[in-house]
Ligand binder design. Structure first.
Ligand code: PXP
Length: 238
């Protein structure tokens, strides 16, 4: 299981004072040296954290893999095609949400998403769709030739009882198996932290986890290098 670090909240902190520090570029480089497999940023339409300068500089500087989270809207698709991340992860976007709430409904928007995937493929960018662990959503993702799905782990992460957590883990396990049979790569993320990753890592078929808030929050206390290494140790516990 690979680990990609989402650094949006470094930019949140920077933007809180309209300042230049902390710079997500510096953090990405330290995270790479600490062993992450990729850097994830979400270029939102409202630019509340990451901005275009960040995406362009990251593209030039990082040596692992850039995963650009984005809504399937013309302005951002154009930027993505120009910048050329290795992966574009399509997420739904609502201005008022605190963070991405729920997955994309592929069935509801299938022709537009299909066109988006074609545009990104033409720019040699692989595409991942952020979806719920739902068989119909997975089938639709394969049908429109997504390369990956990213399974939304919010229900798992927010589960209060262990029973609820294991029920959701099982659902994600079955969804992963189904997606792999259809030839899709499988990433996962949302709300994963230093506690629940100890259970989530049982899903060894998942290609990559995308983790942001918990690691950036820990980095505020122990520094980015140590926060990343601690998470890697938990993911690679075997
Ligand atoms: N994956 C996707 C698609 C997301 O939108 C987010 C949140 O930006 C994450 C993963 C990471 O979630 P968290 O910050 O809760 O670790």
């Amino acid at each position: 299981m690979r680990f990609a670090l989402n650094i949006d909240h470094i930019a949140t902190l920077r933007n809180a004072r309209a300042a230049t520090q902390p710079d997500p570029i510096t953090v990405a480089l330290i995270a790479e040296q600490a062993g992450v497999d990729g850097i994830v940023v979400h270029l939102r339409e409202d630019r509340r954290h990451i901005n275009e300068r960040d995406v362009r500089l990251l593209r030039e500087i990082i040596t692992t893999k850039l995963d650009l989270e984005m809504a399937a809207v013309d302005e951002i698709i154009k930027i993505a095609c120009d910048v050329g991340p290795e992966l574009a992860t399509i997420v739904p976007e609502r201005r008022k949400e605190l963070t991405t709430e729920g997955g994309v409904n592929v069935l509801d928007d299938i022709s537009h998403l299909k066109e988006t995937i074609i545009d990104l493929h033409n720019a040699e960018i692989e595409v991942s769709l952020f979806i719920e662990p739902d068989i119909e959503q997975i089938n639709a993702s394969a049908e429109i030739e997504a390369d990956f799905i990213e399974i939304h782990t919010g229900v798992f992460s927010n589960a209060i009882s262990e029973e609820e957590q294991y029920d959701e883990l099982e659902k994600i396990r079955l969804a992963t198996r189904h997606a792999k049979k259809l030839g899709l790569g499988v990433n996962a993320g949302h709300g994963l932290d230093y506690q629940n990753i100890k259970i989530f890592r049982e899903l060894t078929d998942i290609d990559e986890v995308s983790i942001g808030h918990s690691v950036i929050a820990r980095a505020a206390i122990v520094g980015i290098d140590r926060a990343v290494r601690e998470m890697i140790r938990l993911i690679d516990y075997r």
